[in-house]
Ligand binder design. Sequence first.
Ligand SMILES: Cc1ncc(COP(=O)(O)O)c(C=O)c1O
Length: 383
Amino acid sequence: MPILTPNWLRQLPAYASGAHQTENHENPIVLSANENNDEASPQVIHAIARAATKTHQYPETGAAQKLVASLRATHNLPQAHDGILIGNGSDELIELLCRVALTDRTQCPNPQAVMHDLGFVMYAISTTACAAEIVRIPAIAQPASQTPHLAIHTNVDGIIAAGCHNDAKIVFIANPNNPTGELLPYATLKHIVTSIPADRLIVIDVAYAEYAEEAARAHKLVYDHDNVLVLRTFSKAYALAGLRIGWAHAHHTLIEMMGRLRLPFSVNRLALEAGIAACQNPPLAHVRITQQLRDEWAHILRGWGAAVPDSHGNFLMVAMASAGQAQAVITLLNEAGVIVRPLAPYNLPYAFRMTIGTPDQMATVKPLIKHAVTEAQRLHPSH
Ligand SMILES: Cc1ncc(COP(=O)(O)O)c(C=O)c1O
């Protein structure tokens, strides 16, 4: 390429989303992207259809304000010194907050972002896109062979120690964490926030909060600490991943700075109207059913010999006895028209992640997953 490109950019891996297609199946069952596999509610679809007649006009600023007001009412977030910014998915907000906190080279020549090494990949991608350094804190794990539950825990002390380093400018915490499903209690988050100097940004990403009520308590930290930002999305329980709507809740100055960097109209008209309607129609039944299926499936998979950590999201991490076994399960399921997410890119070659689909989908995949797991164990015996 004739134009000069920075070294960090040439090395930046492109984001690889969860697959939605297999070679041999026209309509595979997709359990790879932690989406809600139900459609959005009829009221939401109606609001989108109404907004579709106005696509010749730019989005109305009033719609964003209306969505912010709906979010405050739905989540009981009274206006104080805080603000809310709507983004084109939480991915856009991650990118904006990195640009706010990681690009001032005059005050800090080598800014760092601290994160769990088994964490959501966009934290690393957006950090690298700011030419800043990623500090990955290894999880505390027990090997799959030692426990059917596979204990994988966030290294809280490691995160605090790295967050206290002078160059640390952002600490990312996903709660529940993707892909492990671990939920840190509110008291642990409070401990992290109060142990790290207040001049660095602490991002608490609660993308799966609808499935884990405790996670939503993180908003209280925004009221108590000016350096805490809570990140949320309509992509999971609200079934709006395809429209791209996320939101950030933090001190109003930080929200204002992020807003200055955001492209005009980054959230489209349909998405804003869908978000407003979705706030009036929370996915309560979906959440209840998914939580129940998730816990049943953790039990079922353990019974088939896999190691499965307790999950607080809409997905399970499933660890097999070896990378060979995990790859065999993924391939066999693919051939059967079921797509799960390999975790080799997270340095977990022996594991995959499985989204909890609809009750019908989970009934359909049950014999297929049982067959894939037992066949993989037969093909790649662990002893
Ligand atoms: C922890 C976490 N945060 C954020 C996101 C992305 O959300 P959005 O679709 O709003 O960009 C995901 C998606 O998988 C996620 O797992």
